[in-house]
Structure formats: structure tokens, C-alpha cells
Design a protein around this ligand. Structure first.
Ligand code: SAM
Length: 299
């Protein structure tokens, strides 16, 4: 794809260099996050969304859906580790795991560490847009390389529809969705929390990205937590730093009908290597779990 000929509402030429701008008049008026583009790797429109993948100057390859950054090679691990390891370690015996969304496949990469640790036995992933998976395999291989693992049952379908129809029960459900503007809209409604509860085994745990963050729209976040509390007795919030998400903070809602601190690990998970990088400082502090990047998990 030639940068000079690509017309995209998020890309502009600034004195000869091309920049991607993440803007949203609704979610974060008056501000933008920008990354300088080295080259466009792929651009397409599926029936679900606009998909753009570019090589950035400083954040590696970047996946963008409907103008919103989903992940960058530089900081994706902070999100993927938080959304995966917190619920898995908070559950006393997580055998069956469901992932809704997750097309970049980074959550699968993290879950396979728990398969290899003989904890998780079965992973189902329901992603609506097969093109996101295919393009991630091609352009984000460090995230997507475990998607063909034999323990992964990949279903291309609408996650909301899947939850309405399934009779299966899961110990942990991870909603790794895009933001509400687009095919993930229904994930931020009370009916979705009810479907999640219905698909959970006893003591099951759900976790989802909260779409808005503490700096941009606290009222939205409070409302989402309020909705979760209508369905679950135990609702908590955990967070990490994500420089590539506008305003730099990302929060997750973790919920269950079991008691106890959901950000406090129930089991000692001995030797999961969290991330290859040795240079990035401490990224997440989760109750008693501190994940040190580049070192082994300590409980
Ligand atoms: N970490 C990212 C973030 O917070 O922005 C999200 C990663 S992942 C790429 C989001 C995925 O959710 C996308 O691949 C998108 O296609 C998928 N998705 C959106 N709506 C969906 C739905 N209704 N059912 C299943 N998957 C859905």
C-alpha cells in the first residue's frame, strides 16, 4: 500500500512525514494520540470494520480497527498479560477458558503458558472477523503464533450470539473486544453480563476491557461497573499503563459470584515467563502479584 496514495481519515502528511492520528470527537474530544508511520502494511474494509496495519517509527507494527489502536508490538504485552493472568490465577482450578474477540491472538499466546503449566485444558475463542486473525498471523506473528495450538478451538462467529446459544460452562471468560463503536457494541450492556453469568461454571470469573478509562470518561466507567454489579456480587477493577491507548491507562473489570479478592492469586503458578523484554520497567501491580517484565512470575 502506497502511503502517498492511501486516503484514510486517520492519516495525514505533516511536512513530508506521515502520521496516524487516533481521534474521537465523542470519547476524547480535543485531544489525539499520534504515531509516525514508516509504511502501511495492509488496509482493508471487511463487513465488520476498517482494518489498518502499519509499521510505526517507534512502536513496531500497529493494528487499528475503525480508527482505534488495538495493539502495538511495543506495549501489547502489558494488556495481554493483565487480561489473561489475573483471572486465571484468581481461579482455584481454571480448566475451561472462553475468549470472546481477541483477533490479534495475544491472549491465546498468554493462555498457552497455562496449558503448558498443566493448568488450563481447553480454550475456545470466538472472534467475529477472521480477517483480523489472518492479518495478525502475517503482520503480528509474535502475538499470533499460538493460534493453531491443538488446545485452541477457534470459532468464527459473533461472541454475543455464541453466548446466547451455548450450553457449555467455562471457568474463566475473557472478553478481549474492541470498543463499543462497531461490532462489540453489545458487550458493554447489562444483557451481556447476564449471558456471561449464564455461561460460567460455579466460582467462574469474567474479565473484560472497560473501553473508557479513568482520565477520559469516569461516568461511563462507573456506569459499566454499576451494570456489572447488577449481575455479579463481586466486581473489581484492575489496570495497567498502555502508552498507545489514548491517555495511557487501561482498565479491566473482573467479576464473579464467588467471594474474595479477585486480584489476589489463589494458586501459586510457578514458572511462567511473562515477557521476553528485559528493558521495560515494572508494568502491572495486581494486588499481591507483581509482574516483573523479563523475569519469572513471583507470587
Ligand atoms: N486489545 C484490544 C483493545 O482493547 O483494543 C482488543 C483486541 S482484539 C483485536 C478485539 C477483537 O474483538 C477484534 O478482532 C474484533 O474483530 C473482535 N470483536 C468485535 N466485536 C466482536 C463480536 N461481536 N464477537 C466476536 N469478536 C468481536
Amino acid at each position: 500500500v502506497n502511503l502517498a496514495t492511501l486516503t484514510h481519515p486517520c492519516i495525514s502528511n505533516q511536512n513530508g512525514t506521515y502520521w496516524f492520528y487516533e481521534k474521537s470527537a465523542e470519547s476524547f474530544p480535543g485531544q489525539a494520540f499520534a504515531l509516525e508511520i514508516n509504511k502501511i502494511l495492509y488496509h482493508t474494509k471487511t463487513i465488520y470494520q476498517d482494518i489498518l496495519i502499519f509499521e510505526s517509527k517507534t512502536f513496531g507494527n500497529v493494528l487499528v480497527l475503525n480508527g482505534i489502536i488495538q495493539c502495538t508490538e511495543k506495549d501489547e504485552f502489558a494488556y495481554q498479560e493483565l487480561i489473561t493472568h489475573v483471572p486465571i490465577m484468581a481461579h482455584p482450578n481454571p480448566k475451561k477458558v472462553l475468549v470472546i474477540g481477541g483477533g490479534d491472538c495475544g491472549v491465546i499466546r498468554e493462555l498457552i503458558k497455562h496449558v503448558e503449566d498443566d493448568t488450563v485444558e481447553e480454550i475456545t475463542m470466538v472472534e467475529i472477523d477472521d480477517m483480523v486473525i489472518q492479518l495478525s498471523c502475517k503482520f503480528l506473528p509474535s502475538m499470533a503464533y499460538q493460534i493453531r495450538h491443538p488446545k485452541v478451538n477457534l470459532i468464527i462467529d459473533d461472541g454475543f450470539k455464541y453466548l446466547k446459544e451455548t450450553t457449555k460452562k467455562f471457568d474463566v471468560i475473557i472478553t478481549d473486544s474492541s470498543d463499543p463503536e462497531g461490532p462489540a457494541e453489545e458487550f458493554f450492556q447489562i444483557n451481556y453480563f447476564k449471558l456471561l453469568l449464564n455461561a460460567l461454571s460455579i466460582n467462574g470469573i469474567v474479565i473484560m476491557q472497560s473501553s473508557e478509562n479513568i482520565w477520559l470518561n469516569l461516568a461511563y466507567l462507573k456506569d459499566l461497573i454499576y451494570k456489572a454489579k447488577q449481575v455479579f456480587n463481586n466486581v473489581q477493577y484492575c489496570q495497567c499503563y498502555m502508552p498507545s491507548y489514548t491517555s495511557g491507562q487501561l482498565g479491566l473489570i473482573i467479576a464473579s459470584n464467588s467471594e474474595g479478592d479477585l486480584t489476589n492469586p489463589k494458586v501459586k503458578c510457578s514458572s511462567i515467563i511473562i515477557n521476553k523484554s528485559t528493558t521495560v520497567p515494572l508494568c502491572c501491580q495486581l494486588g499481591q502479584v507483581i509482574i516483573y517484565v523479563g523475569k519469572q512470575k513471583k507470587v
